[in-house]
Design a protein. Structure first.
Length: 92
């Protein structure tokens, strides 16, 4: 369960709070025995970049990746309903 929380945090909009929680994120990844070593290393690299990088640059990259394009949107309703009127009703 902790690993899912780490993955969710990594996919959130970058904030100072996220950067300050680096030690807890790294500890949760290292404690998980189900994740293969190679995937752990990749996730730890991602956490390092998110927590040590310039916050403004990270936020700009996040918006460019997830908010501006339908293909990479993290919102399920965007993929299922696109720009149709059904999207609003489905979210209720």
């Amino acid at each position: 369960m902790q690993l899912l929380k780490v993955l969710a945090r990594v996919l959130e909009y970058p904030t100072e709070e996220l950067q300050q929680s680096k030690d807890a994120l790294v500890a949760a990844v290292l404690e998980d025995s189900r994740l293969p070593r190679q995937n752990k290393e990749q996730l730890l690299t991602c956490i390092d970049r998110l927590c040590d990088g310039d916050l403004m640059d990270l936020q700009e990259a996040y918006v460019g990746t997830f908010d501006r394009g339908r293909a990479t949107s993290l919102l399920l309703f965007e993929h299922v309903h696109g720009e149709s009127r059904d999207r609003g009703q489905a979210m209720v």
